[in-house]
Design a protein around this ligand. Structure first.
Ligand code: AMP
Ligand code: MG
Length: 541
C-alpha cells in the first residue's frame, strides 16, 4: 500500500506541567484469567478446548505497525497521554508487536448460535485480549486487539483483519458511543504493513488487501456464547463459575449471595439488551450478524462486521449479503432476534438449577423494557409532550409513508423538529427523498399525516423552542452512513488515512448542526446505491 510522507500524528510539543505517565504506567488487574480456569495448553495450535474459558496466546508480530487513528476520549479514559500516540511504543503495543508489563494476553472460549443453528465452539479466532486496565478512577477496561494473529480458536482462518473492516469497526464503535448507544469502544486503529488475502464476495476471486488491527475496549467482552458453550457440553461446574464471575466482576451491584441472583442477573441482561436494541431502532443501525456469539452480556453493541445504517427507511433492509435470502437480521426484526437469542441464553442457564420461572420472568422483562423504550422513542423522536394511546399509530403511519415514498430516515426525523404546527409545510422534507415519482405519489399521505401531527402538537402544552431542542437531542444529524465510511476506506486504502480522523471529528457531535460539515449530513448519493461497502456488506473481513 502506498504511504503518505507525513504521519497524522506529529510529535506533540513539550508542554510545561506535570510529567506525563508513560504507556507502561498502565495498571493491569487481570481478573478473568486469574479467576476462571484456563486451557493448560499454551501453543497456538487450533483445537477444541474443554473445561476452560480461555487460552493463553500472544499476538503475532506484524511488519510495520503504523497508527492510523486514535480515539481521544478513550486515550483520556485510560489515562494515556496523547503525546504517547506518536511513539514507536504505542504502535508496537497496539499493533501486537510488544506487550506491556502486567499484560496477560488470552483468547476467549465461546460458542454460539449462528443464523439460528448451534455452531459449537467458535471462540476468539482473531481477537486477543491484552489485559484488564484498572484506571486511576477505579474503572475496569479490557483491551482487546482484533486481527492480531491466530489463536487456538482460529479454525481454518488466519486471525487477521483487513483495513476496510477495521476502519468500519473503529469508526462505528466511537460513533455509537457519541450517539448515546451502549457499545464496545475503540482506542486505536493500526495498519500492519502486511497484506491479508480475502475473497470479498466468496466468488473465487481472492485478492490481497492491507491488514489492520483495532484495539477495542470494554468493561467485559463476555458474550451469550460464553455461557452456551459449557452448557452445551454439560460442563455445569464451569458454567456456574462463569456466571458467578460475571456477576462479581461485571454486575457488582447485584447481591451474589442472594438465592435470587441468577434470575436478577438474567433479568438485567434482558433489560440491557432491550435498551441497546431500542437505541439501534432510534438511530437506524442494523447490526447485520446478531448471532449469539455477537451479543454482549453487558448489553453493548459488539462485533461490528457487515453492519449498516438505514438511509431510505426500510424495515426489511439488511446490509449483510450472507443474510440476503432470509433477512433474518433485517432492521425491523432486531428486537425479535434479540429475544430469541436471550431464549438461547436462558436455555443454557436452565441447566444450572432447573427453575425456569426466574428465567421466564427475565424474558418478560425484555418485553416490557423494549415496549417502554419503543414508547419513549416515539415520544422523543416526534417531540410529543407525553405518551397517549393514539401516538403509536402516528409513528407507524409516518414510517409507512417513509417506506413507501423512499424517504431518508435520519433527514426526515431531523426535519420534523422544524415543523411549525400552525403552518405545517411539507417543503421541509424536500432534501430527504430518493425517488421523485415515489415522492410525488406519497404527497397526499404526507399532507394528511402532517395535518394529524400538527393537531397533536397543538393539543399538547409545549414550548416550541424546548420541543425543538429536545427533538434535536434524539434525532441525530450525523450518522456513519455506509457511503461515508466507504469513502474514507477508499482514501485510506490509497494511502491517505486522514479521512478517518476527519470523519470521527464530525461523528463526535452527532446532534449538533456543524456549519461547514453539511456534506456529511447528506442523503446517500446515487453512486452508492448498489456499491459494495455502501449498500451491501460481505462477512469477509
Ligand atoms: P464473526 O462472524 O466475525 O462474528 O466471526 C465468527 C467466528 O469466526 C468468531 O469465532 C471469529 O473469531 C472467527 N473469525 C472470523 N474471522 C476470522 C479470521 N480472519 N481468523 C480467525 N477467526 C476468524
Ligand atoms: Mg463475532
Amino acid at each position: 500500500m502506498p504511504r503518505p510522507d507525513t504521519s497524522p500524528f506529529p510529535p506533540a510539543a513539550q508542554a510545561p506541567g506535570p510529567p506525563v505517565p508513560p504507556l507502561h504506567a498502565l495498571r493491569f488487574d487481570n481478573r478473568l484469567v486469574e479467576e476462571l480456569p484456563g486451557d493448560p495448553r499454551t501453543d497456538a495450535g487450533r483445537r477444541q478446548v474443554h473445561g476452560a474459558m480461555w487460552s493463553a496466546v500472544e499476538p503475532t508480530p506484524v511488519s510495520a505497525p503504523r497508527v492510523l487513528a486514535v480515539s481521544r476520549e478513550m486515550l483520556d479514559t485510560l489515562g494515556i497521554d496523547e503525546s504517547e500516540v506518536a511513539t514507536a511504543g504505542f504502535a508496537a503495543v497496539f499493533g501486537g508487536n510488544a506487550l506491556l508489563p502486567g499484560m496477560r494476553p488470552y483468547a476467549g472460549n465461546y460458542g454460539g448460535h449462528q443464523f439460528g443453528h448451534w455452531a459449537g465452539q467458535l471462540g476468539d479466532g482473531r481477537a486477543i485480549t491484552l489485559g484488564e486496565v484498572l484506571t486511576a478512577g477505579g474503572e475496569r477496561w479490557e483491551l482487546q486487539l482484533k486481527g492480531a494473529g491466530p489463536t487456538p480458536y482460529s479454525r481454518t482462518a488466519d486471525g487477521r483483519a483487513v483495513l476496510r473492516s477495521s476502519v468500519r469497526e473503529f469508526l462505528c464503535s466511537e460513533a455509537m458511543h457519541h450517539l448515546g448507544v451502549p457499545t464496545t469502544r475503540a482506542l486505536s486503529l493500526v495498519g500492519t504493513g502486511d497484506a491479508v488475502m480475502r475473497d470479498m464476495f466468496y466468488d473465487g476471486h481472492p485478492a490481497p488487501e492491507p491488514g489492520a488491527i483495532v484495539c477495542r475496549v470494554a468493561p467485559s467482552f463476555l458474550r451469550f456464547g460464553h455461557f452456551e458453550l459449557p452448557a452445551s457440553r454439560g460442563e455445569t461446574g464451569l458454567l456456574q463459575q462463569l456466571v458467578g464471575f460475571c456477576i462479581r466482576r461485571d454486575y457488582p451491584h447485584l447481591d451474589a449471595a442472594s438465592p435470587h441472583v441468577l434470575g436478577d442477573w438474567f433479568g438485567e441482561v434482558c433489560e440491557r439488551t432491550a435498551v441497546m436494541v431500542g437505541h439501534w431502532m432510534r438511530v437506524g443501525f442494523v447490526h447485520g450478524v446478531m448471532n449469539t456469539d455477537n451479543l454482549s452480556i453487558l448489553g453493548l453493541t459488539i462485533d461490528y462486521g457487515p453492519y449498516g445504517w438505514i438511509d431510505n427507511f426500510d424495515p426489511d433492509w439488511t446490509p449483510n449479503t450472507t443474510d440476503a435470502q432470509h433477512r433474518r437480521y433485517r432492521f425491523g426484526q432486531q428486537a425479535a432476534v434479540a429475544y430469541w437469542n436471550l431464549g438461547r441464553l436462558a436455555a443454557a442457564l436452565a441447566s444450572l438449577d432447573g427453575a425456569v420461572e426466574p428465567l421466564q420472568a427475565g424474558l418478560a422483562r425484555f418485553v416490557s423494557r423494549y415496549e417502554a423504550s419503543e414508547r419513549q422513542t416515539t415520544t422523543d423522536k416526534l417531540g410529543l409532550d407525553g405518551w397517549r394511546d393514539g401516538d403509536q399509530p402516528l409513528m407507524d403511519d409516518l414510517q409507512a409513508w417513509m417506506h413507501e415514498a423512499e424517504v431518508d430516515m435520519t433527514l426526515c426525523f431531523r426535519a420534523l423538529a422544524d415543523v411549525d404546527p400552525q403552518v405545517p409545510d411539507a417543503g421541509i422534507f424536500q432534501h430527504a427523498f430518493y425517488d421523485e415519482a415515489r415522492r410525488d405519489a406519497g404527497r397526499p399521505a404526507l399532507d394528511a399525516w402532517l395535518h394529524r401531527y400538527a393537531a397533536r402538537l397543538l393539543d399538547g402544552a409545549q414550548d416550541p423552542t424546548a420541543r425543538r431542542e429536545r427533538m434535536r437531542r434524539v434525532n441525530p444529524r450525523y450518522v456513519l452512513r455506509n457511503y461515508l465510511a466507504q469513502e474514507v476506506i477508499d482514501r485510506a486504502t490509497a494511502g491517505d488515512p486522514s479521512g478517518i480522523a476527519e470523519l470521527l471529528e464530525v461523528l463526535r457531535r452527532p446532534y449538533d448542526d456543524q456549519p461547514g460539515n453539511e456534506r456529511f449530513a447528506q442523503r446517500r448519493p446515487d453512486w452508492a446505491r448498489e456499491r459494495a461497502g455502501c449498500s451491501m456488506l460481505s462477512c469477509s473481513s
